[in-house]
Design a protein around this ligand. Structure first.
Ligand code: SF4
Length: 213
């Protein structure tokens, strides 16, 4: 039908125009067929204004399968959004924002909403990999071995670069030979301990952290 009215009224909605052109019985039948409310009164949710179909009837909340939920902090950036981790049989099945978090109030940006992909990625590295100096190959090593080596090298670097005084004689007791750069998910307490251990204990001056929570 043309929109200029040359063919019976010119209503831009062709469907409605066809209904207008029918008798009362056809109009009532069309009304009952098109409008969701009569269908809901016929046995579906009368409280809802949304249409429900047999397909939507079979849909289930994806969190219904979870047998456990825990809290976490998004690992990606310094905003530190709170997360809820849903799991089934000890394996994460869904991640969403924690509505109790004052930081994100239940929301997550697209990156944080993709946390599950990072957790379950088959390419995720879950073992300690070590590449020896001048080697081109990575070796799998135990975590205890790696922690011990990090501690030994930290102590060695600190001892080799520690300065008790400056050239003019001022006492400083510090090292600028090593430093610490923290990640996004460290909280106040962890950063406090880092500052105490690395600053007060080892004498590091260069301590920085991405986290601002
Ligand atoms: S959800 Fe987005 S904004 Fe929030 S911490 Fe993660 S990456 Fe940052």
């Amino acid at each position: 039908m043309a929109r200029d009215g040359r063919n019976g009224g010119g209503h831009p909605w062709g469907k409605r125009s066809r209904t207008v052109g029918k008798g009362l019985g056809a109009r009532v039948a069309g009304f009952l067929q098109d409008w969701s409310l009569p269908r809901q009164f016929a046995g579906q949710d009368v409280q809802s204004t949304a249409a429900r179909s047999s397909a939507s009837e079979r849909l289930r909340p994806r969190l219904e399968q979870a047998d456990r939920v825990g809290t976490s902090v998004c690992p990606f950036c310094a905003v530190g959004c709170g997360q809820l981790i849903y799991a089934k049989n000890g394996r994460p099945i869904h991640v969403e924002g924690d509505p109790r978090s004052p930081v994100n109030a239940g929301t997550l940006c697209p990156k944080g909403a993709g946390t599950l992909g990072m957790l379950l990625s088959p390419e995720r590295i879950t073992k300690v990999l070590y590449r020896a100096p001048r080697s081109r190959d990575w070796e799998v090593r135990p975590l205890d071995w790696a922690m011990e080596r990090i501690a030994q090298l930290t102590r060695q670097a600190r001892d080799e670069t520690f300065a008790e005084t400056l050239p003019d004689g001022r006492i400083v007791n510090h090292t600028v030979g090593i430093g610490s750069l923290g990640g996004a998910t460290m909280d106040n307490e962890e950063n406090y301990l880092i500052k105490k251990l690395f600053g007060g204990g080892l004498g590091m001056l260069n301590i920085e952290n991405q986290a601002r929570i």
